[in-house]
Design a protein. Structure first.
Ligand SMILES: Cc1cc2nc3c(=O)[nH]c(=O)nc-3n(C[C@H](O)[C@H](O)[C@H](O)COP(=O)(O)OP(=O)(O)OC[C@H]3O[C@@H](n4cnc5c(N)ncnc54)[C@H](O)[C@@H]3O)c2cc1C
Length: 396
C-alpha cells in the first residue's frame, strides 16, 4: 500500500465513523446550509455534530496550516479528502466566503497578526464574510471602482456604494476594495481593507432576484471609520490581492455544481422522472444522448481540473488558467440544469407546490444563470483566455 492509499483508507474510515447519515444526503433547501457567523443556525443536530467534528479535525480548512485552524494537508491529501467526501455524498460542513476567498488571500498577503486574528475564526465558522467588490459602474471593469477611503489619523473614512454584495445583510464582516488614490492610474489607486458590518455608517438594502430569493444587497458606506490596521498588504497595492482572490473565487464557482445537483447523478434523476424503456435505459433517446454528451464533457473537464491542480502542486501557478476553469465549469453547470429541466417536464415549472419542494427545480435552474456572471462573466473569461492564455492579439 502506498502512503496515499493508507491516507485514503484512514480518511474513508474516519468519514464512515463520523459523518452522520443525514449529512450524506443532498441539502433539500437553502436552510440546510451552515454559514456560521455571529448568528449561528443549524438546521439539525446532525448538522451541528458534523460541523463540530470537522472543525476538531481541522477539515473545514484542510489545506491551511494547523496553527490557523487547518489540518496542513498537502494538495494531494486534500484531493483525497474531497474525493472521499464526494464518494459518500458528504455535505460540506460549512459554506463561507472566508474559506473560498479571503482565507487564501490572507495566507498570501496578510500580516502575521491578521492571519492569527482571522484565519482560526474562519476555520471555526465564527465570522461570516461578504465580498465588497462590485459597484454600479464597476462590475466587469472592476478597477473603475469609486468607493473612497481617505486616511484620517489612524483610520480610513470610507464613503460610497457597493452592489450585488451576496449576503451583506447577514454577514459580520466584509473584505472590500476601496480607492485610496484617486489621482493614480485606476489599478494603482486601490486598497484592500477589512471592515465590520456593524460599524456606524454601514447599511444594506436587499435586492430580489428572478428566483424570488434575495441573497444580494446594495451596501452603503457613509463616513465609515475603519482602523488602518485593517489594511491588507500595502496601501494602493490592493489590485494584486483582488486579482489573486478572484482566481480562488473562480476556481470555486467553476467547481462541482452547487445546490440541487451537488453530488447527484443527473442520469438517475432523469430516470426517476422520465422512466425506463424495455432494456432499462432512459426512455427518451434525445435526452439520453444529451446527458451522455454532458457527462463525457464533464469527465474531460474533471481531467483538466486534475491536470491543473497537479501543475499547481508542482509549483506552476494557475493564474489566468482559472478563467478557463471558471468559464467551462459554469457553462457546464448551466447545461446540466437545463437538462434537469428537460427531464422534469411540468414538475420543473411548478413554483410553489409541495411535490416540487417549493419550486426548487425552477428556482435553482434560474439561480444557475448567475454562475456565468458572478466572479466575472463568461465574456470576460473568454477575453482573459484569449489574451493571457492563448496570447492572441487584442482587436481594436
Ligand atoms: C449570483 C451573483 C453573486 C454575486 N456576488 C457578488 C458579491 O458577493 N460581491 C460582489 O462584489 N459582486 C458580486 N456579484 C457581482 C458580479 O461580480 C458582477 O455582476 C459581474 O462582475 C459583472 O458585472 P456587472 O453586473 O456590472 O455587468 P457589466 O460589467 O455591466 O456587464 C454587462 C454585460 O456586458 C458584458 N461585458 C462587459 N464588459 C465586456 C468586455 N470587455 N468584453 C465583452 N463583454 C463585456 C458582460 O459580459 C455582461 O454580459 C455577483 C453576481 C452574481 C450574478
Amino acid at each position: 500500500m502506498s502512503e496515499m492509499d493508507t491516507f485514503r483508507a484512514e480518511v474513508r474510515a474516519w468519514l464512515e465513523d463520523n459523518c452522520p447519515e443525514e449529512m450524506r444526503q443532498p441539502p433539500t433547501s437553502n436552510a440546510d446550509h451552515v454559514w456560521g457567523g455571529r448568528q449561528w443556525s443549524f438546521a439539525s443536530d446532525a448538522a451541528r455534530l458534523w460541523f463540530e467534528r470537522m472543525v476538531d479535525k481541522g477539515w473545514t480548512a484542510p489545506a491551511w496550516p494547523v496553527e490557523y485552524g487547518g489540518a496542513g494537508l498537502s494538495p494531494a491529501e486534500h484531493d483525497v479528502l474531497k474525493s472521499e467526501m464526494s464518494r459518500m455524498g458528504a455535505r460540506s460542513p460549512i459554506s463561507n466566503f472566508g474559506f473560498w476567498m479571503l482565507g487564501p488571500a490572507l495566507l498570501k498577503f496578510g500580516s502575521d497578526e491578521q492571519k492569527r486574528e482571522h484565519l482560526p475564526a474562519i476555520a471555526r465558522g465564527e465570522i461570516r464574510w461578504c465580498q465588497g467588490y462590485s459597484e454600479p459602474n464597476a462590475g466587469s471593469d472592476l478597477a473603475s471602482l469609486n468607493t473612497s477611503a481617505v486616511i484620517d489619523d489612524d483610520h480610513f473614512v470610507v464613503n460610497g456604494r457597493k452592489i450585488w454584495t451576496s449576503y451583506a445583510d447577514r454577514a459580520d464582516k466584509m473584505f472590500c476594495l476601496v480607492r485610496t488614490d484617486p489621482e493614480a492610474k485606476k489599478q494603482a489607486g486601490i486598497s484592500f481593507i477589512l471592515l465590520d458590518m456593524d460599524s456606524a455608517g454601514v447599511s444594506t438594502r436587499p435586492i430580489q432576484l428572478i428566483s424570488g430569493e434575495s441573497p444580494f444587497c446594495e451596501t452603503f458606506f457613509d463616513d465609515v471609520r475603519v482602523p488602518r490596521a485593517n489594511l491588507v498588504g500595502e496601501i494602493n497595492q490592493g489590485w494584486t490581492i483582488a486579482k489573486y482572490l478572484l482566481t480562488h473565487e473562480r476556481d470555486n464557482i467553476g467547481g462541482e455544481p452547487p445546490g440541487l445537483l451537488k453530488g447527484r447523478d443527473l442520469a438517475h434523476m432523469a430516470l426517476d422522472a422520465v422512466g425506463a424503456d424495455d432494456t432499462g435505459r432512459l426512455d427518451d433517446p434525445m435526452l439520453r444522448a444529451d446527458i451522455a454528451r454532458l457527462e463525457i464533457d464533464a469527465m474531460a473537464f474533471r481531467a483538466l481540473v486534475e491536470q491543473t491542480r497537479a501543475k499547481a502542486e508542482a509549483g506552476e501557478g494557475v493564474g489566468a488558467k482559472s478563467a478557463m476553469l471558471k468559464y467551462y465549469g459554469t457553462e457546464l453547470n448551466k447545461r446540466r440544469y437545463n437538462l434537469m429541466m428537460d427531464a422534469m417536464g411540468g414538475l420543473g415549472l411548478e413554483w410553489d407546490s409541495t411535490r416540487s419542494n417549493g419550486g426548487r427545480y425552477a428556482r435553482e435552474w434560474l439561480r444557475s444563470k448567475g454562475n456565468s456572471i458572478e466572479g466575472g462573466t463568461s465574456e470576460i473569461m473568454l477575453g482573459i483566455i484569449s489574451s493571457a492564455v492563448l496570447q492572441l492579439p487584442k482587436t481594436a
